[in-house]
Every structure is written in structure tokens, then in C-alpha cells.
Design a protein around this ligand. Structure first.
Ligand SMILES: Nc1ncnc2c1ncn2[C@@H]1O[C@H](COP(=O)(O)OP(=O)(O)OP(=O)(O)O)[C@@H](O)[C@H]1O
Length: 588
């Protein structure tokens, strides 16, 4: 905390000193350009580096901010302080509409779509008569405050960098919050995030809009700094340059944005002088060098320059300030023996393959039910049908008497079903505690604005308190501040269980929790499962480890080729020749 404060004070001191000392005007201008670019790149860090959504269209949003203020100040005589908000509003509308259409796409379709609308906006700016076509709008006024001209020098520099630091601070606050954890979960794919109750599309549109707003702010500054606008600085080419800055600086780090903008600008300046002197002719050779540099960075330093700096910086563990926090509300739990889950004739067809063939079974409160069967029997598909990852072809799933067939994962999580994954899904660069707190997403309600303004601290304390309780419940109370990525497989699986428990579930679905565990870890897991059952939780367990299944389950459903082969107590199953034949692959 103290170190962080010193860091901020140092940065402020450097900025004030640069403005106060006789630094040549050329450098002040360069630093102004760097600050303006940093804002747009900061948006890309959030969107691409942290949220995992690649966009080539960031420059187009810079253009919307720049053109809005240029047009309205020149043609309507409005104050730039008013047009800033008009630009931000217009940008938000464009981002929400474009995001709503394009962010459903995944893989390479999304970057392609951003290219498409980046180009469209560029040509729109270049072809509209009202916007001066490719000549743009000239004579944009500078910024002034109560009649005092801010100019293009030191005062503008102070304003720009104050905005950059404020944006960086806001983003750091945002990322260290309930909303921030949800944003960081987007990169792991939507399945885990949705099962924590996170509406991934909403969050994607949210970060897309925040990134666009930062770009728009950058455009507003640019227009009043440059005193003119034309389409060139808002082309896809510049969009790619912003991405380059983010990757070079460190797309996963807030400070990577400023580092990237700074290094790129300084390098471009130096190369523009050096290369013609070396080669003997002038031309845009620096673009070629940047191309080569980008390939080298992607190959040898994919996390960017700031990742190296970050590794050297001292890290303080999160301050434990949640001991006295208010406990989170609990849901009413089913009474022992009540039917918690009822699957009735559920069926799933993949083309011609019947992966789950009219299966029926139930789970009662306070029971551990095992779902076993040879590879490919349909266990994971059954899990996915119950948790809303897949919609059944036919049949019905009821939870605590309510029909939940075909509901989205996040709706099912809301009702009290939590799950773990066959292949652990966690956020490697977040601590164990933060990962587990993600599981309590639905039990908090504070949004992005509260987080940015730090008005969410009470709720955060309650969420962390809950996360610690659940980690202690599964025996991981000593690993709160460890990075999840450093955990061995056993603790990773326990982390997933603690995260699932954070949702205060009435039913827990565990998908092969013993896979990859050592003997001792399996015994530890068995103890945890027994303890959870003793506390009244119901568990549906898919597991290949027969020792564990026979030790902990009350009843077992055996599947084979998508059908229910037999159901009974562990003793019944062990004695069944049908089960033996299914596992040995012999006729029965
Ligand atoms: N998305 C899908 N598209 C097509 N076929 C699928 C899909 N998912 C699963 N299957 C098929 O459905 C059948 C059941 O698969 P499932 O993963 O549910 O079995 P499982 O019992 O969980 O196996 P394992 O123990 O190996 O995880 C398999 O034949 C599998 O290839």
C-alpha cells in the first residue's frame, strides 16, 4: 500500500517537474501525443489484454470523439467542454450497438468484424461532405478554461497526463473489484464465467464501451491539440498501431498501455532520423522495422515490456481487512431427504449420435450421488444438460421442484446449482482468494461505477470474507494469497470446489474432481466431500476413481452408451455383473 502510494507520488512529481523544468517544447509536444495515444491504448489493454477481445477498430472510436467535437465546435460554436460529453454519448451508443452485434462472435470472426466496422467508419468520415471529406475539418479551437487558453504546451501536457493517470487509476480500481474479476474471467472462455452467474455478453459489451469511451476522450484531446481533424489518424492502420503499442507495452497490464505508447513513439522518432541516414534514402522504413519488431515481441516477449518490470516490482499481499465484514445472505436450504434434482427422460442427440438416451435419476438433499460409466458413456453431457451448457433434445430437468430445462447456465447458477470442471478453469494470474471470490459474483451487486470510485469496499470485504470461509472449509486456508497458476493439481481442484461453494449452492456438481490427484490428495478430497454432505449439501459426482466413488457416495447411477445401465448403492454396484461387463467391455 505504502509502495503504491510512493509510486503514484513519484509519477505525479515527474509530471509536474517536466512541466516546470525547461524541457524543450519538442519533447512536451511528443509527450502530449504519447499521453493522447495512451488513453486509446489503455482501452485496448482492458478490451484485448485483459478481456481477451481483439479489436482493430479502436482508432475509429478516437475518430468519433475527434470529429464530434471538431464538427460541433466549428459549425455550431459549442464549447469543447460540452462537446466532450456529446462525443462520449455518441461513442457509447455506437459501441453498444456495434458490440451487441459483433461481440457474440468468437475466434477470428470478432477481429475481422472490428476490421470491417473500422474501415466503414473511416470511409464514412472520409466521404461525408459535412465532415469535409478527406480534407477533414480545419480551424478547430484550442481548449480554454474561463477564457484562459490552455494552448498546446505545458498546460495541455498537465491536462493530458492528469487524464491519463486518472484513467489508469480508475482502471486499476475497476480491475480490483467484483466487476473486475468478472472481466478477467472472460479470457478463460464463457463456460466458467457463465456458470458463476456472469452474463458474459453484457460484460463484453461493457468493456468494449469503456474502451471506446477512452478512445473518444483521446480523440477529443487530439482534435483540440491538433486544431484540425481528417480521417487518416483514425484509419485501421492506426488501429493496428494502437494494438502494437498495447502488445509491446504489455497488453495485460494497465501500465503496459503507457509503456507501449511511450516506447513506440520514441522509437518511431529515432528511427525516422536514423534509418534514412543509414540507408541513404528517405521513406517509411520505420514501418518495416515495427513489423519485424512486432514479430520478435510476439515470439520472445508475448507479455510485453511491462511484464518484465512487473516481475521486479515488490508485491504486497492483499491487506486482510474483511474479518469484521458483514456476512453474505444465505439461501434457504432444502430439508434432508427433499428431492433436489430430478432428471426425467433427458436426451441429447449430436447429429446421429445419441449421447444421452432418455436418462432419469434424482438427487436428494444431503446425498452424494455418483454418476459413473466407461469413457464416452455420456456423463459429461448429462452434466452439461443439468447445468445449462447444453439444451436437451427432449426430457425435463427440475431443481427443487422448478423446471430448469434449457435455462442458461447463469440462471441455473442463480437458483443454487454450482459446478466444477473436468479440466480446471481458473484465472492463473489471480490469487486463490480472488479466484474463489469470483464464485460469489451473484451474491454481490456493485457495478463498474462503484468499483471505479471505490464505493464497493464494504461489499468487497464481505465477498472476500466468504471466499476465505469457503477456502478454509476445503482446507486451503493457508493459500489465500498464492497465485492460482502456481498451485498443484490437487489444490487447483479444491479451489474450484471452494469457488463453487461461494455461490451458496444447494446442489454441487463435481466433474472428475479426483482426476490427476495423488493418493493422499484423494483421501483429502474424500474427507472434504463427506464433510460437505454432513453440512447438508447435495452432491452429484462424476468420477472415474472407483475407490473414491465407493467411499463417499450414497447411491450410484451407472451409464453406458448414453443409457442408464443400473442404479443402486455402492454395494449393489460393486456386486453387479452388468457393471463389471460394461467396464471390461464384455457382453452382458
Ligand atoms: N459436442 C459434441 N458433439 C458431438 N458429439 C459429442 C459432443 N460432446 C460429446 N459427444 C459425444 O457424446 C458421447 C458422450 O460423451 P461424454 O463426454 O458425455 O462422455 P463421458 O461419459 O463424459 O466420457 P469421459 O468419461 O471420457 O469424459 C461421446 O461419444 C462423445 O464423443
Amino acid at each position: 500500500m505504502l509502495l503504491r502510494k510512493i509510486g503514484w507520488l513519484l509519477m505525479l512529481a515527474v509530471i509536474v517537474l517536466i512541466a516546470a523544468l525547461p524541457v524543450p517544447e519538442f519533447w512536451i509536444t511528443q509527450l502530449n501525443y504519447i499521453g493522447i495515444s495512451s488513453l486509446a491504448v489503455l482501452g485496448l489493454v482492458l478490451l484485448t489484454g485483459i478481456g481477451g477481445l481483439t479489436s482493430f477498430g479502436q482508432a475509429a472510436f478516437v475518430g468519433i470523439g475527434a470529429y464530434t467535437t471538431a464538427y460541433l465546435t466549428v459549425n455550431a460554436g459549442l464549447s469543447p467542454w460540452l462537446t466532450l460529453w456529446v462525443g462520449l454519448g455518441l461513442t457509447a451508443v455506437c459501441a453498444i450497438v456495434l458490440g451487441w452485434i459483433t461481440l457474440r462472435m468468437s475466434g477470428h470472426y470478432l477481429p475481422l468484424a472490428t476490421l470491417a466496422w473500422g474501415l466503414s467508419l473511416y470511409y464514412t468520415m472520409g466521404n461525408l461532405q459535412a465532415l469535409g471529406k478527406y480534407d477533414g475539418i480545419l480551424g478547430v479551437s484550442g481548449l480554454s478554461l474561463f477564457g484562459w487558453e490552455l494552448g498546446q504546451g505545458r498546460v495541455f501536457f498537465l491536462l493530458t497526463w492528469a487524464l491519463v493517470l486518472l484513467a489508469a487509476l480508475a482502471m486499476l480500481h475497476l480491475l480490483d473489484s467484483r466487476v473486475g474479476r468478472a472481466i478477467r474471467s472472460l479470457k478463460t472462455g464463457s463456460q466458467m464465467a457463465e456458470s458463476m452467474g456472469i452474463n458474459t455478453l453484457r460484460f463484453k459489451i461493457g468493456i468494449f464501451t469503456i474502451a471506446a469511451l477512452l478512445a473518444s476522450l483521446s480523440g477529443w484531446l487530439y482534435a483540440h491539440f491538433q486544431r484540425s481533424v481528417n480521417p487518416s489518424p483514425f484509419s485501421v492502420h492506426i488501429g493496428i498501431e494502437y494494438l502494437f503499442m498495447a502488445v509491446l507495452g504489455g497488453a495485460g497490464h494497465v501500465w503496459g498501455a503507457i509503456t507501449g505508447a511511450l516506447v513506440t513513439k520514441l522509437l518511431a522518432d529515432q528511427l525516422q532520423v536514423l534509418l534514412p541516414a543509414l540507408i541513404g534514402t528517405s521513406g517509411s522504413y520505420e514501418v518495416i522495422v515495427f513489423g519485424v519488431l512486432l514479430v520478435l515481441v510476439l515470439k520472445y516477449a508475448p507479455n510485453g515490456i511491462w511484464a518484465f518490470v512487473d516481475r521486479k516490482l515488490p508485491k504486497a499481499a492483499r491487506k486482510v481487512d474483511w474479518q469484521q465484514a458483514a456476512p453474505l445472505a444465505h439461501r434457504a436450504m432444502p430439508v434432508k431427504g427433499e428431492v433436489v434434482l430430478q432428471a426425467s427422460n433427458i436426451r441429447k442427440e449430436f447429429g446421429g449420435l445419441i449421447a444421452v438416451n432418455d436418462i432419469s435419476f434424482s438427487v436428494h438433499a444431503g446425498q452424494i450421488v455418483g454418476l459413473i460409466g466407461p469413457n464416452g458413456a455420456g456423463k459429461s453431457t448429462t452434466f452439461n444438460l443439468i447445468t445449462g451448457v447444453l439444451a436437451p433434445t427432449s426430457g425435463r430437468v427440475a431443481f427443487r421442484g422448478d423446471d430448469i430445462t434449457g435455462l442458461a447456465s447463469r440462471e441455473i447458477a442463480k437458483r443454487g446449482i454450482s459446478r466444477t470442471f473436468q479440466h480446471v478453469k481458473m484465472i492463473a494470474d489471480m490469487t486463490v482468494l480472488e479466484n474463489v471470490a469470483l464464485g460469489a459474483h451473484l451474491r454481490g451487486g456493485r457495478g463498474a461505477l462503484s468499483a471505479t470510485l471505490r464505493l464497493d469496499r464494504r461489499e468487497e470485504q464481505s465477498l472476500f470474507r466468504e471466499a476465505e470461509i469457503q477456502l478454509r472449509r476445503v482446507g486451503m486456508g493457508d493459500s489465500l494469497h498464492e497465485l492460482a497458476g502456481n498451485l498443484a493439481m490437487g489444490p487447483q481442484r479444491l479451489l474450484e470446489i471452494a469457488r463453487a461453494l461461494c455461490n451458496d449452492p444447494a446442489l454441487l456438481l463435481l466433474d472428475e474432481p479426483a482426476a490427476g490427484l495423488r493418493h493422499k490428495e484423494k483421501q483429502g478430497l474424500a474427507d472434504v466431500l463427506r464433510q460437505l454432505r454432513a453440512e447438508g449439501l447435495s452432491i452429484l459426482l462424476v468420477e472415474h476413481d472407483m475407490d473414491l466413488v465407493m467411499q463417499v457416495t450414497d447411491r450410484i447411477v451407472v451409464m453406458e452408451f448414453g443409457t442408464r445401465l443400473i442404479e443402486g448403492t455402492p454395494a449393489d454396484i460393486q456386486a453387479s455383473p452388468l457393471v463389471r461387463a460394461a467396464y471390461l467391455g464384455t457382453e452382458h
